[in-house]
Write a protein of this length. Sequence first.
Length: 364
Amino acid sequence: MYLNNNYAIIKYFLLKLTKVIFLCWFILISIISLIDIIDLNNKTRLKEHVLFNDIFLLTIENIPLRADELLFYAILFGAVIYFLELRKTNEFLILRLNGISFWKAFIIISIVPLMFGLLSIFILNPIISFSQKIHSVHHENIFGKGSYSITISNQGLWLRDRSNLGEIIIKGVYLDSTNATIKKPVFFLINSDTKLTKRIDADWAYLENQNWNLENVKTDGESFNTSKKLIIKSVLTKDDLKYTSNNQYSLNIFEIPKFIKILENTGISSTAYKVYFHKVLSQPIAFVGIIVLTGALIFRKHSRLPPSKTISFTIIGSFLYFFLQRLLIALGTSEQMPIIVATWIPSIILLGLGLLVISLVEEN
């Protein structure tokens, strides 16, 4: 009944905030995209085969990812502009005169950042996944592909290498990256014409001093003596076996849990994907937190700061949040801190500070 009686007022405030955030979002995306174009142009200046059309397409393909990265800051600056305008025009009094407390007002206003959070998870994230797959292919065509990274699929792990025998594609069931050991490896030897010249199967292969040491080897179906080992030179080191070429951004939020299981089954670290998964899920809390905190600070009765100082404090606060988030994520990625703690704590702290300031405003 309460919401029905005040529907027109609530709709006005929510739509106004939404429009301001979208405007800030559009401006930030435009600025960063322009910077990306300039940066790509500088990187490809000496590549005669690269046209401006390629640079433009790379930038367009990367816009969904940039949009997601900038959404927090769009909400932040949108909140500052919105609440300063409400304070200047005293429009917030309309809510108070209709019997809406600070708590109720901010609960209502929080619908907007919450909707942006859900938009980020369920709509923008799948778009990012699709666009990044296209972007990766386009980027590789221009800048080349890292030749020796690991690729993961439902069929197991795949690895490219080069040796004295030529180009090698290695397929395995399981990788122990700590000991640089692959279970049930199959080595496909490729000549300069990209034709298969030989297949070598083994029970185990371990990398040591840039040499693959194969045990219980079979080549083209013919068994070697099981006591005999085969050594194949490699350009890889043990560190090269710790990373995959799969880009976490090319997977949407619904595909990541399945891919994490595939990684764990093949012995590859899934930490980066777990961090990304929880970071995406925690975004709505951060969005609500920054709206609540910004509005509460601006509407404190005993804190009538001029707009310039309010904006300065808000920017400083956002950088502190950014620093804390990056620090904790780094700790989570390096497994020095539980991933859930590392990804969710910054957002929870931000929301908690906002609720604390609102309680102080309400008391005054």
